[in-house]
Ligand binder design. Structure first.
Ligand SMILES: Cc1cc2nc3c(=O)[nH]c(=O)nc-3n(C[C@H](O)[C@H](O)[C@H](O)COP(=O)(O)OP(=O)(O)OC[C@H]3O[C@@H](n4cnc5c(N)ncnc54)[C@H](O)[C@@H]3O)c2cc1C
Length: 425
């Protein structure tokens, strides 16, 4: 009989682990504490606006290779959409200026030599001081690693890295920014085409995976919270031997060949594995959804600088605005926040400032682990001291900030490490 792999947590990391384990012939048992799968990357029906919303706008890049492999595996490659070219419209909320960054294909950044493709009012030489960011050393913040703080910094590098790391560059890890930049910008425009889920996050990342798992015979248990991990054996023979569940009288015993992928957020992982090293600080993201049509010809996504918002995403009948590193907005009443965000959004979209369209605010207090140098050192490896127990999640040591790409990569690696013990540690 094939080995059982218990995957704990049906966020994107857990789903990727489950899909990979099933692909390798394991019998998957997936336990998720919430009544739904998807974790921090999911859609839900919002009775206030009467539509299905995402918990937050998620931006992917065409160079996110693990994500693309995952979408291929679950048969969902057609669920992402984006412009055919790597183009990024910008709006400066302070000056009212708007421009578009048009990256060129190929690794040579020809676009910085084209005045219509780079930040207005800058010269090609202004981009050179940012090269060291691609090889940034551990332990330093982005700001510490950048010598020049001119227009390229304030209108391009700072806002993009702030949005991608969900932390202000004054505190964010330069090493993590470097990891991200090497996989995207350094690969050229073809790796940087922005992509979003066409019909919502669950439609793209969650439902096709659950269908595939179910079709392959996986046992999917929603509303099933793992409350404890039992260990038996001594020294090198020690292994995880049981899982206890909230509300269940008896723990479930693991067979000799069975394994566990723990794919829960860092605070939950620490509660289950007491001496585990894991990030202990997080940053919020707030999304304000407005039930209103974008004006004709408006791009699907705009980066806002010098304002309170960071991104505006346009979908059918909806504008959704992202506020990153948004802890300071958590206490603001939602109506007040929506009104202030709408004033800025209306300016960017050249739409009437009043009335504020019907809105819904989604505040994810622990959206990502804090991408700070000190937190980077706390991220755990895939393997643990128990050979049948591996870790997954965006917070594990992926070399990337908390992203879908990192989460998927961690899940695939955790399943691989369980089912292929010879894989290098
Ligand atoms: C608003 C927002 C915007 C974002 N924007 C982007 C973006 O633009 N691009 C990008 O790439 N990434 C973005 N991210 C980050 C991305 O969503 C996360 O990195 C990713 O979803 C993390 O997946 P995960 O599986 O590691 O963790 P989670 O999604 O947290 O999944 C963990 C799962 O474990 C479950 N669980 C917890 N405890 C237990 C237990 N004891 N037993 C069983 N189950 C348990 C939880 O309920 C959860 O479903 C964003 C995140 C948010 C919140």
């Amino acid at each position: 009989m094939s080995r059982r792999v218990f995957v704990v947590g049906a966020g994107i990391a857990g789903l990727a682990a489950a899909v990979e384990a099933q692909r390798r012939g394991a019998r998957v048992v997936l336990h998720e504490a919430a009544p739904h799968a998807g974790g921090r990357c999911r859609s839900f029906f919002d009775p206030k606006l009467g539509v299905t919303l995402d918990n937050g706008n998620h931006l992917l890049l065409s160079g996110n290779q693990s994500t693309m492999a995952y979408l291929r595996a679950i048969g969902a490659t057609d669920t992402l959409i984006g412009p055919t070219q790597p183009e990024y419209p910008f709006f400066d909320a302070a000056s009212g200026d708007a421009w578009t960054i048009r990256m060129s294909p190929g690794r040579l950044p020809r676009w910085i030599f084209d005045a219509d493709a780079r930040v207005p009012g800058t010269l090609p030489a202004d981009y050179l001081p940012f090269l060291p960011l691609f090889w940034a050393k551990p332990g330093r913040t982005i700001e510490e690693s950048v010598r020049r703080k001119d227009r390229v910094w304030s209108l391009l590098v700072r806002p993009l890295l702030r949005a991608m790391l969900n932390a202000d560059p004054s505190e964010a890890s330069a090493e993590l920014a470097a990891g991200l930049l090497r996989e995207t910008v350094a690969q050229g425009g073809q790796a940087c085409r922005p992509l979003v889920a066409r019909s919502g996050l669950s439609h793209a990342f969650v439902e096709p995976a659950l269908r595939l798992l179910q079709y392959g015979g996986a046992d999917i248990r929603l509303g099933s919270r793992v409350a404890g991990i039992g260990v038996s054996g001594t020294d090198s023979k020690e292994r995880v031997s049981s899982l206890a569940f909230e509300g269940a009288a008896e723990p479930v015993a693991l067979g000799a060949g069975d394994g566990v992928v723990l794919a829960v957020p860092p605070h939950a992982a620490r509660a289950l594995v007491p001496d585990l090293s894991a990030p202990d600080s997080s940053r919020a993201i707030v999304t304000v959804h407005f039930a209103v049509d974008a004006p004709n010809g408006f791009q699907p996504m705009t980066c806002v600088v010098n304002g309170m918002s960071d991104w505006i995403f346009a979908a059918d009948g909806r504008l959704s605005v992202t506020l990153v590193s948004a802890d300071r907005w958590l206490a603001t009443p939602h109506e007040e926040l929506a009104q202030a965000v709408w004033l800025e959004t209306a300016k960017a979209m050249r739409m009437p400032a009043v009335p504020t369209p019907p809105s819904q605010v989604v505040a994810e207090e622990h959206a990502t682990f804090a991408a700070l140098p000190a937190q980077e050192g706390l991220r755990a490896a895939t393997r643990t001291r128990w050979p049948n127990f591996t870790l997954a999640g965006d917070w594990t040591a992926t070399g990337l900030p908390a992203t879908i790409e990192g989460a998927i990569r961690s899940g695939q690696k955790a399943a691989d490490a369980l089912l292929n013990p010879s894989m290098e540690r």
